[in-house]
Structure formats: C-alpha cells, structure tokens
Design a binder for this molecule. Structure first.
Ligand code: DC
Length: 224
C-alpha cells in the first residue's frame, strides 16, 4: 500500500488556500508547497531587474536561470537565488506582475518541474491554481476553495494591513478581480476546478471548521 499521499488545493485569490494548506501541513506533519510563492519570486526578480513583463522570451529565460527554494520549518521561507524574498514577494507591485508572468508556458514548465519533484519527497499539501488539474492530477484529495469576492478582498486587505502595507480595500478588490480574470482566461493551465475536486465555499467558515472538513474528507481516501 502507498505510504505517502498528496492533497491539492486550488482556488481564486484570497480564498484562504495558503492559510488552510499551512494548517493542514502542521496538523498532519506533511510538506507544504506554496506554488504561488514560486510564481511571485519570478515576478519579484523580473521587477528587481527592470525586465519588461511583456517580453515573454526574456522572462522565460530568466525563470530558467533562477534558483527557487521553498523552506519548510517554523515558518515557510522563499529563497530566490539564495536571497530570502519571503516578505518582498507579497508587495502590491509583485501581486500585479505575477499573473502576467504566470501565463507564460515556459515559466510554468520550469516551476511545475520543481513542484512535481517536491511532491516525490514525502506526503504533501500543495496549493495554487492548477494543482489538481495539471501539477498533481493523481492527487488523493483535490479541494477547490472559494469564497465571496467581498470576503476574499477583505481577507487580503487585512493581511496587507497586518504586514504594514497601505492599500485601500477598493484597490485590493480591483487587483483580485483582475488577477482572477487573467488566471481564469489564460490558455495554459487556467484556474478551473478539476472534475473530481471537492468544492468548498469558505464564506463565513472558521479555519478550524475548514481544516476539520478537509481532514475528514481525506480520511475517506487514505489511511492516516
Ligand atoms: O496564490 P498566490 O496569490 O500567491 O498566487 C500568485 C499568482 O501566481 C496568481 O495570481 C496566479 C499564479 N499562480 C499560478 O498561475 N499557478 C499556480 N499554481 C499558483 C499561482
């Protein structure tokens, strides 16, 4: 019998994917892979180098020459070419750039290869936009997390406030609408629930309730 398992969590921006995925990883003692952080690291590097975001070839070449490491521990850290960029990748500038570079097939190819390699190491919960549909199509449990636009915007806004980043709620909501549209409409690996995904609307639910629901669901599929 298999002794490792994979959980895929997808959904639109602000649905609570990373909060939930982290809580599940802690509860089950498994690996957490934040794939959005990897796309963000590439967007951050493009901005830092002043690369034009619409130059697909330039951005793709850069992605293939970039070393990205996700470190699991007390808190997750993201290293880009050896530099800790965990805080920098959450800025509004990176958030605006990321959906543009995430639409480039060569960028995705590079990051998906790293993601699949990580999933070989041990049991994993991975969050993103295409995990259940493309990165881990054989995942034991696929969750598609959603929440109302208002709730998602408020969560992101609160998160930014806590980080000391000033952005109005309206502007956060606008960014979310734009990003979701780009993520849903892109040609490669668009944001869409896998056919066999469990759709979970988190509006009004607590983190504990959501984690409980997912773990109970997992128990019907694998021996924990
Ligand atoms: O989850 P996040 O907000 O950190 O993701 C940042 C962006 O990266 C998101 O707008 C779309 C892109 N992304 C993606 O295209 N595929 C993934 N698996 C994860 C993120």
């Amino acid at each position: 019998m298999k002794n490792t398992y994979q959980i895929a969590i997808d959904g639109p921006a602000g649905a609570g994917k990373s909060t939930i995925a982290k809580a599940i990883a802690r509860r089950l003692g498994i690996l957490y892979v934040d794939t959005g952080a990897m796309y963000r690291a590439i967007a951050y590097k493009a901005n830092t180098l002043n690369l034009p975001l619409d130059q697909e070839q330039t951005i793709s070449d850069m992605a293939w020459n970039t070393d990205i490491v996700l470190k699991n521990g007390e808190d997750e850290r993201v290293l880009c070419d050896g530099k800790d960029v965990t805080e920098e990748i959450r800025s509004p500038e990176v958030t605006r750039a990321v959906s543009i570079i995430a639409a480039y097939p060569k960028v995705r190819e590079r990051l998906v290869a790293i993601q699949r390699r990580k999933a070989q190491e041990k049991s994993v919960v991975m969050d993103g936009r295409d995990i259940g549909t493309y990165v881990l199509p054989q995942a034991d449990l696929k969750i598609f997390l959603t929440a109302s636009l208002e709730e998602r915007s408020k969560r992101r806004w609160l998160e930014l406030q806590q980080r000391g980043k000033k952005q109005s709620l309206e502007s956060v909501q606008e960014d979310i609408i734009n990003r979701d549209r780009l993520d849903r409409e892109r040609k490669v690996s668009p944001l869409v629930p896998a056919d066999d995904a469990y759709i979970l609307d988190t509006t009004g639910l607590s983190i504990e309730e959501i984690v409980e629901d997912i773990v109970n669901n997992l128990k019907t599929k694998v021996n924990l």
